[in-house]
Ligand binder design. Structure first.
Ligand code: CAA
Length: 440
């Protein structure tokens, strides 16, 4: 069967950054460690006044076109995944296609364009759509462009403010891909939830504590569903476990629960039992409360074992590295987690070809999806040129007062004019809602 998956990736970060320890924490009268250690984010990326979801998506896509030497004729569909859309009719992909048509020969008149919505999950859903389109043989030799782009902003004063971020991930989905091939098996956990939503509003209404529980519940269901299709998962089956990362602290919780699940009834559990006992089984307890208390004790003990720490350091920690430098990119987040792991492997000289990733995507509202990916021979050469460090190090450092101005500029309910903090550098820039973006 022809392999189908991700052939190329480019990112575009918002060009401003907010230092959570030095700038945000003092203004909020909080201990910096709450953000850098508890939540796990050092910096949030934010868009300059001439950036938005269209410009970030188009700039990431242009970098991808230039690196791969693509023209519009090579692309048969463009799907944009976002939860920051500003147009209820025209998909964001049409705005981005317009930008690209202004700089390349040819056009996308032949291409199917769309916009996918399921909170942070829709980037993965768009990849799935592209996968199915190619597998069905409807692509006529063309590849799909998937762009996950968001400005993840919260109301000022909302606890979510510490997890903000802005950026885009552009991905080329094709047959015989260079980076990863997707598995056919998938698992889902899906339920109607109201912990995080934006009914006709720009900033989310969030019940933060509950959103954590919903994330964990849906991920557990998706893992069980995945295993019912693909067989049991074992900690050593996968080089990395890139998960949706609203903030690294969330992934720490998911990793611990996931590890408990995938070591159950395995030789790992037996080895751990010598140190911390067997996992509690519900049937052995008189009440649900007693069972849950035993689970909490087991999890605390598990977290302290060197076996768990070694697995976490190898398979999880490298996935949250970029997230800690940029904050939440919503739809792009899980795709940054994958990229973060692949770049760490490239830097350490790990031979990943033929290895596997278990990718866990999640969208509030709420749905989790889990699938496996196989790393391809060309992964290192495809990942090494992505200019992640240059982009992250090139961001402008905002003072707290400047941050508040930038937040107001991007608030659709306010009309605030502020000078840009950086200069456009031959890139697409925002010129007004519903207007064609320009390149400067
Ligand atoms: N040193 C070290 N750690 C500290 C600390 C300190 N001085 N002070 C606090 N901490 C730790 C806390 O113990 C906590 O860690 P644990 O959860 O492991 O206990 C962590 O820092 C955060 O502290 P709080 O829980 O007190 O933080 P908070 O209540 O102000 O806000 C939040 C946390 C609820 C996640 C909030 O940021 C939020 O609402 N975020 C938006 C919603 C979100 O991201 N939810 C995640 C699941 S939903 C999803 O994934 C979709 C999506 O993208 C939004």
């Amino acid at each position: 069967m022809t392999a189908v998956g991700i052939d190329a990736i480019e990112i575009r970060t918002g060009k401003l950054r907010l230092d959570l320890a030095e700038t945000f924490a003092p203004a909020k009268n909080e201990d910096p460690s709450k953000y850098t250690k508890g939540i796990g984010i050092e910096y949030s990326s934010l868009p300059d006044v001439y950036e938005d979801i269209v410009t970030m998506g188009a700039n990431a896509a242009k970098a991808l076109f230039d690196r791969k030497g693509l023209s519009p004729d090579d692309i048969g569909r463009i799907d944009v995944a976002t939860e920051s859309a500003f147009d209820n009719s025209k998909p964001v992909s049409t705005y981005i296609a317009g930008c690209l048509e202004s700089v390349y020969d040819g056009d996308f008149h032949h291409a199917n364009k769309g916009e996918r919505k399921f909170a942070c999950l829709s980037g993965t859903q768009s990849i799935d759509d592209a996968y199915n389109w190619i597998r069905a043989g409807r692509n006529r030799g063309r590849a799909a462009l998937v762009i996950a782009t968001d400005t993840a902003l919260y109301e000022r004063g909302d606890p979510g403010e510490a997890t903000q971020g802005a950026g885009a991930v552009a991905m080329l989905i094709d047959s015989e891909p260079d980076i990863v091939a997707l598995s056919t098996e998938q698992g889902y956990g899906s339920a109607d939830e109201t912990d995080f939503l934006k009914p006709n509003q720009q900033f989310p209404s969030v019940d933060g504590k509950r959103s954590i529980q919903v994330y964990l519940a849906r991920m557990r269901e998706a893992l069980e569903d995945y295993e019912s299709a693909a067989g049991d998962t074992h900690p050593e089956d996968f080089a990395y476990f890139p998960f949706h990362t609203p903030y690294p602290g969330m992934v720490r919780k998911a990793a611990l629960l996931g590890y408990r699940h995938i070591t159950r009834d395995t030789d790992v559990e037996e080895a751990l039992a010598a140190e911390i006992g067997m996992q509690p089984r519900e049937a052995d307890f008189d009440s649900r409360e007693a069972y849950e208390e035993a689970i909490r004790t087991y999890m605390d003990d598990l977290k302290g074992t060197s076996r768990y720490q070694e697995w976490y350091d190898r398979a999880i920690d490298p996935t949250v590295d970029i997230s800690g430098q940029v904050g939440n990119w919503y739809t792009g987040s899980v795709h940054l987690a994958r990229l973060s792991a692949l770049r760490a492997a490239a830097e350490e000289g790990v031979d990943l070809a033929g290895g596997h990733l278990l990718v866990g995507s999640y969208g509030s509202g709420a749905q989790a999806e889990i699938h496996a990916e196989t790393v391809r021979e060309g992964w290192r050469a495809a990942v090494a040129p992505i200019d992640v460090e240059d982009q992250l190090n090139g961001r402008y450092d905002l003072s707290f007062e400047e941050y508040e101005l930038v937040h107001d500029v991007h608030n659709h309910d306010k009309e605030v004019e502020v000078e840009a903090f950086t200069q456009p550098d031959g890139e697409f820039v925002f010129t007004g809602w519903g207007r064609m973006n320009e390149r400067r």
